[in-house]
Design a protein around this ligand. Structure first.
Ligand SMILES: [Zn+2]
Length: 569
């Protein structure tokens, strides 16, 4: 039955609603029917709204408040149906506007309401007087350029949609918040609005966080390219030990001398070498990095100093070497101790005279290249053993810089982890929540024999094995729990819920499996040994042995036969 609202109807009586309010002050609770309510300051809400608008922009804030109102509307529709079961549908419906008034949000004057739950027809036009949202605009935000009663509107949409069992959309056709004379809303089924889809978007949560992540990633890549341009690139670290290195390379960069980088493998020597280059006057010229250990000894001279056509079989073309390519700039010779005696001699000449000859050529070429050499072995010892030229060593050792191993600068671990997480997040287009506290603790206690390179590999593995929005666990980082400096005992909860001292049961499995894997024992051998041991303990009784192993009798019998143990007994 279609009911049309006539304004003279007694709309004021809503005692049935007022009676639902209970103040349980001693308990700190206010109830409205079965819902817990809050009595909050309009000022606080106003300040909150202003902050939302300022930090998220009008459109996002609007969606937020529409959804806030929506949540209340859904609950109130349920309450209205419960409270007025015997009333006609218009009276039930009017509980919504009345609840709005009761909560102090707005006074509602229905202007026209056509409602028919059976056919689903609905049309409503209502006036809002003294909207709390208009007041907020007046006190906190100033006049808006669009209707401002967002939460009220969300409520009207949700309440009516829930009441009618179909999507009804209300729009504010005029609003005092944007300078109109009155706040008037109009509601009808969604399909009767042309822009219903566009409007519905406000009701979908729209996480801002993805956008922020994107911007963050862009920012950090911009920042690092900017740092590189400015020659500020140092690698990463803030610890005292690392700062000392940075100061040293700052000094080294200004001069023209050769630099010798010392330190274990994986400490980041190439990063430091590149930093020296970028901090020097040569920053605009090439930086060429060579790992001497990666080039076969018989090719190293040609690689470094170039080769003339026909110098040896296979030299079909003349080509320049790394030194010529680095002309004007810097060459980084990693693992310099691997140079052949002939290559050492040529390098010495480059350092002393600034000239070289390509292999198989007798023309002398001038080169202006700064040499940064690196080694993780002692060059002095190599000199003593006759593997390295003493005169070359003195030439290279003018400015030695010792780069500390990672375990001596563990304070830098968190920033390094952060750096590699950023790198691999963008490489794998992923976003984990970073290391779990336990995983970080393990990293801080680990020795890192492979230094920063090892850390990089470990973090890459962690990112690969961890899903988006999850923390990287200890297991994702390390295949086998690494042995750490000290493993302090921890209290664990056993299966019965009792707190016990020591490792939880499954980590003992970790220890023996580690042992077996380390000792190169095959799975077959493990199975056979276990079965023999179980049979021994069960006095060769297959049923008993099966129970020990957690197998059925036929399953064990089959395995025993297959491995030939049963035939023996
Ligand atoms: Zn308004």
């Amino acid at each position: 039955m279609a009911v049309t609202y006539k304004p003279q109807l007694n709309y004021v009586d809503f005692r049935d609603l007022t009676e639902q309010i209970r103040f349980q002050s001693t308990e700190g609770k206010i109830w409205f029917g079965e819902q817990r309510m809050l009595l909050m300051h309009l000022n606080a809400m106003a300040a909150f709204r202003r902050e939302m608008v300022n930090s998220m922009g009008v459109e996002r804030a609007k969606g937020f408040f529409l959804r806030l109102g929506y949540q209340s509307g859904v609950r109130d529709a349920e309450l209205a149906r419960k409270l007025r079961p015997h009333c006609d549908e218009l009276d039930i419906f009017l509980a919504g506007p009345q609840l709005h008034s009761l909560k102090g949000m707005v006074k509602v004057i229905p202007l026209e309401i056509d409602i028919d739950q059976e056919t689903g027809e609905f049309y409503g036009k209502l006036e809002w007087i003294d909207s709390f949202e208009v007041e907020i605009c007046q006190t906190e935000l100033g006049q808006m350029d669009q209707p401002a009663c967002w939460a009220l509107l969300g409520y009207a949409c949700a309440y009516t949609s829930s009441f009618m069992g179909r999507e009804i959309i209300f729009r504010e056709i005029s609003c005092r918040g944007c300078g109109d004379e009155k706040c008037v809303i109009e509601g009808k089924p969604a399909e009767q609005w042309e822009d219903a889809e566009e409007f519905a978007r406000y009701f979908k949560a729209d996480p801002i966080i993805e956008e922020l992540y994107d911007l963050q990633a862009q920012l950090s890549s911009l920042r690092s390219s900017l740092e590189k341009q400015q020659g500020q690139y140092y690698g990463i670290g803030q610890s005292a030990a690392y700062n000392k290195v940075c100061k040293m390379i700052d000094k080294a960069a200004q001069g023209k001398v050769s630099v010798l980088l010392l330190g274990e493998t994986g400490v980041g020597k190439e990063v430091i070498a590149r930093s020296v280059h970028l901090r020097s006057e040569r920053a605009e010229s090439p930086f060429v990095a060579v790992n001497c250990a990666a080039i076969p000894p018989d090719l190293i001279e040609a690689e470094l100093f170039g080769v003339e056509k026909g110098a040896y079989t296979g030299a079909n073309q003349s080509r320049e070497g790394k030194f010529e390519r680095a002309n004007g700039g810097t060459i980084f010779l990693d693992e310099v101790i691997e140079l052949t005696p002939r290559a050492q001699a040529t390098l010495l000449r480059v350092l002393q005279e600034g000239e070289l000859e390509r292999v198989g050529d007798n023309r002398t070429r001038k080169v202006n290249v700064r040499v940064i050499a690196a080694t993780n072995e002692s060059l002095e010892q190599a000199v003593e053993e006759g593997r390295f030229r003493a005169d070359l060593f003195y030439r290279l050792n003018v400015f030695p810089v010792k780069i500390p191993p990672l375990r001596d600068r563990l304070e830098d671990l968190p920033v390094l982890i952060e750096h590699f997480l950023g790198k691999f997040h963008s490489e794998y287009d992923k976003r984990t929540l970073g290391l779990s506290d336990k995983a970080l603790d393990l990293c801080l206690r680990y020795h890192w024999p492979g230094n920063i390179r090892e850390l990089e590999n470990v973090i890459e593995r962690g990112v690969i094995l961890t899903d988006n929005n999850e923390t990287i666990s200890q297991e994702a980082l390390f295949v086998v729990s690494p042995s750490t400096a000290e493993s302090s005992p921890t209290d664990c909860v056993d299966q019965g819920g009792k707190v016990t001292n020591g490792e939880p049961g499954n980590s003992t499995t970790g220890h023996w499996s580690e042992h077996i894997l380390g000792a190169n024992i095959s799975l077959e051998e493990v199975e056979e040994t276990l079965m023999r041991e179980a049979m021994e303990r069960a006095n060769q009784n297959v049923s008993k042995a099966a129970r020990i192993l957690g197998l059925t009798r036929p399953a064990l019998a089959y395995r025993l036969k297959k491995s030939g143990i049963l035939a023996e007994t």
